[in-house]
Write a protein that binds this ligand. Sequence first.
Ligand SMILES: Nc1nc2c(ncn2[C@@H]2O[C@H](COP(=O)(O)OP(=O)(O)OP(=O)(O)O)[C@@H](O)[C@H]2O)c(=O)[nH]1
Ligand SMILES: [Mg+2]
Length: 448
Amino acid sequence: MKEEKENNSREKTIAGIATGNGRAGIGIIRISGDDSLLIINKILLKGKETNEDGAASAGTEIKKARYAYLRKIFGTDCIIIYFKGPQSFTGEDVIEVQAIGGECLLRKIYKTIIDTGAYPADRGEFTKRAFFNNKLSLDEAENVMDIINAESEIEIELAARKNAEMKMVNEIERDLIECKSILDALFDYPDETDKENECKALAEVKIRMARTIKSIKTLLSTYNKGAIIKRGINVAIIGEPNVGKSSLFNSILKQDRSIVTNEAGTTTDLIKESIEHKGIRINFIDTAGIRKGKGKIEKAGIDRSKKSVKTADIVVFVNTTNTICGKSSRIVRLTKRQKYIVVCNKVDKNPVFPEISAKNNLNIDRLLDEILDAVIGEPQRNDISIVINDRHKRILEDAKKILEEQSGNIDIIENKITSALLLVGQITGTEVTERTLNEIFSRFCLGK
Ligand SMILES: Nc1nc2c(ncn2[C@@H]2O[C@H](COP(=O)(O)OP(=O)(O)OP(=O)(O)O)[C@@H](O)[C@H]2O)c(=O)[nH]1
Ligand SMILES: [Mg+2]
């Protein structure tokens, strides 16, 4: 790894637009590497010498680190800050140019920087350099990406609580290292090892391995919940025609999204929209009312309704009475392997069943709370301290598989522990390979 670090093309100075695409008040272009200062000053001085409208800037060079310099580039005000390495994000000399956040302007400044000697940064290259220069650990680098990609508040909270996961993984690594040294002592000093000592050592190793497997299982069990939180909870709204599915959908979204009429069979296709409730994304699907469909279009729509039940995390079954019989019980049967909530709509017409009125927005928030409770569980939701990502899941599954394989032979146990350690090191950063780094950093966007 050390060699890799040295062979890495770190001596190249790189540049990238660090802020997102689209229009914004400000945008930031970042330059990192030994030539950062030289490149920005060339651009600024070029304007001064020629006094042309090209890359024009009046004023002096950038000299002092951590000062905000107001300069003009292409006639627009920019604030330029120089971070002298290693006191910078990447650990190298960094220049940040804060400009007006127009895409065209940012690209024009970026292009000038490249033309003046910088190389376009690869995906995640700034963060990768920060990792190589020990500014970030591997999990902190992954965290940066999780926060960049977060789509709901809860994902940000989860990223902030990542150290709880790392604490557990570090304990696993420590246990495995301890196992390895116990076994190595047996190999290194065979003369001093009698049968009794060997049995004692093996028993200690087995206790630690069992503890490791238990911790791995605990970590793996957090994955599903985390995956649901990341992509949002998928909810299919189903029921007979005209019970008010689309009205409920619109009421939840607080917008007139689906067509609502008093004719049965109004909705013929799936309509999907998401909301955020208590920081968690919920993806709702309005569906065609289920009955013996009349025309081709309605039948195809009903097929889609049925399929959407299968992919949902929970189904909201809309009814207009609180008794489920006949046709409605057939629909409920569709959800037999699924979690479902029955809601009784149109209670404004029939106040005997105090449930939902899509028309009057009655109890909509209660329904949303019930969805969160049923899929994630209210107490757990406040207590989700660890959620592992895809990469960690794959590694831990492999490690668990290796450790769980039965074998009494010391050589094989030692091999298993070594393999498990190599895997766990891909999370903690002690055993990082080029492939791991590429996998992590290629998921970043450009400029990060
Ligand atoms: N009184 C009352 N009427 C409602 C309520 N919710 C929906 N409706 C009416 O019921 C009728 C059918 O509503 P939709 O939302 O189109 O019903 P749907 O289940 O989507 O119907 P399809 O798309 O045909 O399956 C409309 O006339 C709505 O105004 C409610 O809570 N109270
Ligand atoms: Mg409808």
